[in-house]
Design a protein around this ligand. Structure first.
Ligand code: NDP
Length: 330
């Protein structure tokens, strides 16, 4: 078994020296555990937070120990009732080839119902994040105009398309390359999109959303958040999902300078964590699953192969190498 350990807490951009790929013995599952051969590993922006010691909503990764993350794999030995060799499970012991998982932390998934990788993405955590953040936190309603940043990523691409499918009046996305912008408009059906590297976000947003925005789904923070506040309509809602533009900062990032606009607009900014919204999981799969199956909701995955490339894949998410969900295939 090979697994990725965190050796030191990265300062700024994580460096290769902060990590090591370590060879260990494959463990025997204890009573109540299954041994899983991982097939797909998730790498996600929030993992950057767990590499730091700062107190947050999940405990930091421990130094000198294997990291964790979403994973899907096949049961190769079972010491738990209800699980058989050959079953496929979703669990939380990624960053490794083999995992001894407590059965209570393993959820069976059906490889015939949907491709296994989608349980990490479009039908999994990032999909639910999009669904819950848009519908619940941002209180999206038909006719709203919606702006989403990180729009070609796993969460963002789903936010824009769900909004469209549910009757948004206009959906605007921003992303970091011209190819991504093209994908948003030509394949995902966004009404407008721009490359945030082309010029000031505020100006580009005003042009793309001349009538303002009712909902902003924030994946990025910084200039994007300030721009969205600047374009917010009366009763506008901002769901703060992530702020990837600041995750590698060594100094606190400056806040938006135009917060006072929330007074006149009666605007609302609210952060959320997908972990608080798993009561929506069933509803999410019931509603979104058929759209995915029929192709009405499109998704991409960027697949990196091999446990040895797990770290590069993670760094790639921070750099924007991915279009849609970044997946490591073993
Ligand atoms: P993505 O698939 O969107 O990948 C991250 C993307 O962020 C990159 O592809 C890159 O695309 C973009 N990016 C990187 N740096 C910057 C920058 N400085 N400015 C603007 N964009 C940047 O990841 P996810 O869909 O998994 O996550 C999206 C966001 O949602 C993240 O902020 C994440 O932390 C958050 N999140 C929050 C959850 C919650 O419970 N609140 C749960 C899951 C995710 P580009 O080429 O466009 O720059």
């Amino acid at each position: 078994n090979r697994e990725w350990h965190l050796l030191s807490r990265p300062v700024g951009w994580p460096k290769a020296e902060d990590f090591a790929l370590v060879e260990t013995e494959v463990r025997t599952p204890r009573e109540g555990q299954v041994l899983v051969r991982n097939k797909y590993l998730s790498v996600d922006p929030y993992m950057r937070g767990r590499m730091s010691a700062a107190k947050s909503y999940v405990a930091p990764f421990e130094l000198g120990k294997v990291m964790q993350g979403g994973a899907v794999g096949e049961v190769v030995a079972s010491n738990a009732e209800g699980f058989a060799v050959g079953d496929h499970v979703l669990h939380f012991l990624g960053w490794r080839e083999y995992a001894a998982v407590d059965a209570q932390n393993a959820v069976k998934v059906d490889p015939d119902a949907a491709p296994l990788s989608t349980y990490l993405g479009v039908l999994g955590m990032t999909g639910l994040t999009a669904y819950a953040g848009l519908l619940r936190t941002a209180s999206f309603k038909e006719g709203d105009s919606v702006f989403v940043s990180g729009a070609a990523g796993a969460v963002g691409s789903q936010v824009g398309q769900i909004a469209k499918l549910k009757g948004a009046s206009r959906v605007i996305g921003s992303a970091g390359s011209d190819e991504k912008v093209k994908l948003l408009v030509e394949e995902y059906g966004f009404d407008a999109a721009f490359n945030y590297k082309d010029g000031p976000v505020g100006e580009q947003l005003r042009e793309a959303a001349p009538d303002g925005v009712d909902v902003y789904f924030d994946n990025v923070g910084g200039d994007h958040l300030e721009a969205a506040i600047g374009s917010l309509n009366q009763g506008g809602r901002i769901a703060v999902c992530g702020m990837i533009s600041v995750y590698n900062n060594t100094e606190p990032a400056p806040g938006p300078k135009n917060l006072a606009r929330l007074i006149a607009t009666r605007g609302r900014i609210e952060g959320f964590l997908v972990g608080d919204h798993y009561d929506l999981q069933q509803q999410f799969v019931q509603e979104v699953g058929p759209w995915v199956a029929s192709g009405q909701l499109k998704y991409r995955e960027t697949v990196v192969e091999g446990i040895e490339n797990n770290l590069e894949a993670f760094l790639g998410v921070l750099r924007g190498d991915n279009t849609g969900k970044m997946i490591v295939k073993l």
